[in-house]
Design a protein around this ligand. Structure first.
Ligand SMILES: Nc1nc2c(c(=O)[nH]1)N[C@H]1C(S)=C(S)[C@@H](COP(=O)(O)OP(=O)(O)OC[C@H]3O[C@@H](n4cnc5c(=O)[nH]c(N)nc54)[C@H](O)[C@@H]3O)O[C@H]1N2
Ligand SMILES: Nc1nc2c(c(=O)[nH]1)N[C@H]1C(S)=C(S)[C@@H](COP(=O)(O)OP(=O)(O)OC[C@H]3O[C@@H](n4cnc5c(=O)[nH]c(N)nc54)[C@H](O)[C@@H]3O)O[C@H]1N2
Ligand SMILES: [Mo]
Length: 859
């Protein structure tokens, strides 16, 4: 009989530190054979007090089983992906003792080397850089939506090790998920750290009190899969059953809209600010807002009114003015404004799409606060509901669902990294600039803020610089998150930068051969969480929070190690192992994690081990906490906001004082058509004659950012890929039938998507689900370079998004809502032009086999 066992693994990978979507995995003969939803009752050691929301005759209650997304089910396939890096490798023409050939990164192949040799290279390169330039010349890229591992996790392992040797320069994670809220809304309603509304008990409040929910740049059947599995969609079915109207405002009929929308209001990407101003105009001119609330809860409203009525720029922001800008007919804007003013309306987001990740994203975010304020934010049924929080940050009062009865905290066993405490760091959106640009201590790159998403608002007024005072520039890159090119802004510029002469050494530790790995000099093989024992804190699932003991499911593949184990070996060789978590055994760290989790008060470690985890009961009195901004609504003096005045600030004195000359983020929210930072990223600019479409690059329905692009079960789902006549599965690009007809593009045709930053490709899906003048291609397809730094075959569209930040003083990413052109291509002609790129080893189930393509041995 085959040896069988079942282990628990969490499979939602959106919370870098907070796990979610647990599944039970059956293992036979050392291989994971089946992943299935986990039955909570099996793991409960006491009464879980499952939450239930009763409203308007309906009932919505905690699920009995976990609700994993397709990612959770398909994950096990990635363990044996043909792109798994199984051994350490070195780029053939990179010789640390001789020629380094940085220009060949992305072109030249790799040879297998031993761990011994790899560690020799790594340790001697670190020592060399230290002696030659100082430790801050080593750049650590260690952030990203890794698999959630606590002990073995990538996040920060090498940084912690390098700190023992004197430091490093950190890639400081941006508030990528929240840019607009962070750079804009925070200045209106406070709400540190990320600038979104208070969430406590809002699922209950909306169910009880809202007439309508505006899903404004929100897809409850896609992005909520990143963490809370299917919970959000279930909740929306419940809203339907109890008669809450669901209105979607977005350029596309996204997957949530397709299932749940009562109404779709198409709006051109990143033009929401015009629509919002026109709504405010209707309310102002028709007296449809709560003037008393504004008087008692807000400051500076006159400035906003002045702008809406055209006092400052001579343009009255009427619905007729907004119509050509945002593509919503004036009559519809008026109808929406009037109906909104009569009813209890909440706005729902996951985070907001190009509404908040585009040029001047601080404006729509601020304008949303303005609109909510005009309709008495915090009044029952009038709040900002966050579906991302279907458990995310579920530890505290930010959770719209009932809370667990205590707060598990395992952060003490993770390696912390905080840019605000570092001598040297670079904000993530400026990485191509920092790596490739001509910066010196005398001529530094500067920007405002540490930018880490946890920072308080005052951080945005602090000027930062690279290279840091008295430090050399970066000469070595060590990454454990090699996905810059597919997940960040200005991918092609990144490729140019990583191939520059400045960068002498690039080390990547990764599981699969993909994306930035193609540009590394030294590759170190990492294993998946299936191959290790670990402890995780599950706070994002939305049903119950839990701490899980994830037993090893299968043996490590090839010679792979966990990120942590790699760094342990590195520290051993550098003579600092004793200081590296005291060199303690992993099982001991797991036990220590448990002891710091809060669970230790309720169960013993032995019991925890036996049960594979501990499920946290829901607090008995969860319904007592005031939902959202209710307290502020009732008594703004007793419950002030965290803004300088404690009120909603339509005019921010702080912005006025710190940035008196900023014409792009002024003290009050506005419509910014263009500005010095982005003179030509709108359909109204002459540049749009060459690139007449706005690109919407959503978070992928079929991936988690750059991950899962090789999972056969996902790739075979209709709509995931479009297979071309050459048999290659291209990333879909949605285009409206009117545009497609004009350009002679038919359904299934393969296209080139281009602008002056380069080009990528896509398989056309001609559909009414996308509005005219817009093309949609999800982000994160695995790079398949045709000409590195110029052209890509996979639909890795971050290669051609702007490198430039949200606005002059705001280091937000701009990864969606920018100009592109599209045209049909002949793939066979391209194959003749670029024979090497078009003849890479390929497997229809997983896509391009980059490992084979890039391995010299395989030839
Ligand atoms: N076009 C466009 N771009 C966007 C956005 C958008 O809306 N549109 N959104 C932005 C947002 S909100 C975000 S959060 C970012 C996401 O960007 P990132 O957080 O950078 O996301 P991932 O691509 O998921 O990067 C995770 C990487 O870690 C790797 N990995 C997973 N597990 C392990 C492990 O155990 N060890 C090691 N060493 N590696 C591991 C994965 O394979 C992958 O390479 O993207 C941003 N980019
Ligand atoms: N499946 C999956 N789930 C994920 C992730 C993933 O990569 N894949 N990533 C996770 C992460 S890190 C984050 S931050 C969240 C992101 O969550 P979101 O920011 O909410 O996700 P997006 O897909 O960028 O945008 C959501 C929707 O906004 C709409 N939209 C796009 N542009 C505009 C616009 O200009 N105006 C308006 N009004 N609407 C617009 C589109 O309909 C899109 O479906 O998702 C998380 N969940
Ligand atoms: Mo994100």
């Amino acid at each position: 009989m085959a040896e069988q066992k079942t282990v628990v693994k969490t499979t939602g990978f959106v919370g870098p530190n907070s796990a979610s979507d647990p599944v039970e995995i059956d293992i036979a003969d050392g291989r994971p054979i089946r992943s299935r939803p986990l039955e909570y009752a099996k793991f409960a050691t006491e009464d879980l007090n499952p939450w239930v929301i009763r409203a308007r005759g309906g009932e919505f209650k905690a699920p009995e089983k976990s609700q994993p997304s397709l990612f959770g089910i398909a994950w096990k396939q990635r363990v044996d992906s043909p792109n798994r890096i199984l051994h350490p490798m070195r780029r053939v023409d990179w010789d640390p003792a001789g020629e380094r050939n940085p220009q060949n990164r992305g072109k030249s192949k790799y040879v297998r080397i031993s761990w011994d040799e790899a560690m020799d290279i790594l340790t001697s390169e670190v020592s060399r850089i230290k002696d030659q330039y100082g430790m801050n010349s080593i750049f650590v890229q260690s952030d990203g939506h890794h698999q959630v591992k606590i002990v073995h996790g990538a996040r920060g392992c090498e940084g912690y090790a390098l700190d023992l040797l004197g430091g490093y320069t950190l890639q400081a994670r941006n508030p990528d998920s929240w840019e607009g809220w962070y750079w804009g809304a925070k200045h209106m309603w406070g709400q540190d750290p990320v600038g979104q509304g208070m969430q406590t008990n809002l699922f209950k409040d909306v169910a009880e009190n809202s007439d309508d929910v505006l899903f404004w740049g929100c897809d409850v059947n896609t992005t909520t899969w990143g963490g809370g599995g299917q919970g959000s969609s279930r909740y929306c079915f419940f809203l339907r059953d109890i008669g809450v109207r669901q209105i979607y405002v977005c350029p596309d009929v996204n997957y949530g809209a397709a299932v749940h929308a009562d109404k779709w209001i198409p709006v051109l990407p990143n033009t929401d600010a015009a629509l919002q101003l026109a709504i405010a105009h209707v309310w102002m001119t028709e007296g449809l807002y709560d003037r008393d609330y504004i008087d008692t809860h807000a400051v500076g409203f006159d400035w906003f009114e002045y702008h809406v009525m055209g006092g400052d720029d001579g343009i009255e922001k009427t619905p007729a003015w907004a119509e050509p800008i945002c593509g919503v007919p004036a009559r519809r804007i008026k109808a929406l404004a009037r109906s909104w003013a009569r009813r209890n309306v909440s706005i729902a987001h996951c985070n907001g799409g190009s509404f908040i990740r585009s040029t001047y994203s601080h404006e729509p975010a601020r304008l949303e606060v303005a609109l909510l304020a005009m309709q008495a934010l915090g009044h029952p049924g009038r709040n900002q509901l966050k579906f991302m929080e279907f458990g995310l940050f579920g530890l505290d009062s930010q959770n719209p669902l009932p809370r667990p009865k205590f707060t598990p905290n395992m952060h003490d066993i993770m390696f912390p990294y905080h840019a605000d405490k570092r001598e040297s760091f670079v904000t993530e959106v400026l990485v191509p600039e920092a790596l490739g640009g001509d910066y010196t201590p005398e001529n530094p790159l500067t920007w405002y803020g540490v930018t880490c998403s946890g920072m308080p608002v005052a951080d945005q007024f602090d000027l930062k610089r690279y290279p840091a005072e008295g430090c050399e520039r970066i000469h070595m890159v060590w990454t454990d998150a090699p996905k810059w090119v597919s997940s960040w802004n200005g991918g092609n510029e990144f490729i140019d930068a990583i191939r520059s002469d400045y960068i002498e050494t690039v080390v990547a530790q990764h599981i699969w051969m993909e994306d930035d790995c193609l540009f590394a000099d030294l590759l170190l093989p990492v294993n998946t969480k299936f191959e290790e024992r670990d402890i995780v804190c599950d706070t994002v699932s939305g049903a119950f929070s839990a701490v899980w003991l994830e037993e090893k499911a299968t043996e490590p593949r090839g010679e792979s190690l966990s990120d942590y184990e790699i760094c342990v070996e590195f520290c051993r060789r550098m003579g600092v192992l004793d200081q590296y978590r005291n060199g303690e055994p992993i099982d001991e760290t797991i036990r220590r994690g448990f002891e710091g989790s809060g669970c230790q008060w309720f169960t013993s470690f032995e019991e925890f081990e036996q049960n594979h985890g501990y499920l946290i009961p829901i607090a008995k009195n969860w319904e007592e906490d005031a939902p959202g901004f209710l307290n502020f609504y009732r008594d703004p003096e007793a419950y002030p906001l965290s803004t300088p005045t404690g009120k909603i600030e339509f005019y921010s004195q702080a912005l006025a004082e710190h940035f008196p000359d900023d014409v792009e983020r002024m003290p009050y929210p506005r419509w910014i058509e263009k500005g010095p930072w982005h003179p030509d990223e709108r359909l109204t600019t002459p540049r749009a004659e060459r690139y007449p479409f706005l690109m919407v690059s959503n978070h992928p329905h079929f991936r988690l950012h750059s991950q899962y692009d090789d999972a056969p079960w996902i790739r075979e789902i209709p709509g995931c890929k479009v297979t071309g006549p050459d048999g290659y599965a291209y990333e879909p690009v949605w285009i409206n039938p009117a545009d497609a007809a004009r350009l002679g593009i038919g359904d299934g045709d393969i296209c080139r998507i281009f602008n002056d930053r380069g080009w990528t490709m896509g398989g056309a899906i001609v559909t009414e689900r996308i509005m005219p003048q817009v093309v949609l291609q999800d982000h994160g397809a695995r790079l398949d370079p045709i000409i590195p730094g110029v052209a890509d075959r996979a639909g890795c569209n971050n290669t051609i998004c702007p490198k430039h930040t949200a606005s002059k003083n705001c280091c937000g990413e701009v990864t969606s809502g920018y100009l592109v052109g599209i045209e049909k291509v002949d793939v066979f002609e391209l194959a003749r032009q670029y024979p090497e790129a078009f003849s890479r080893p390929y497997d229809p189930e997983t896509g391009t086999l980059h490992l084979q393509a890039m391995t010299a041995d395989a030839e």
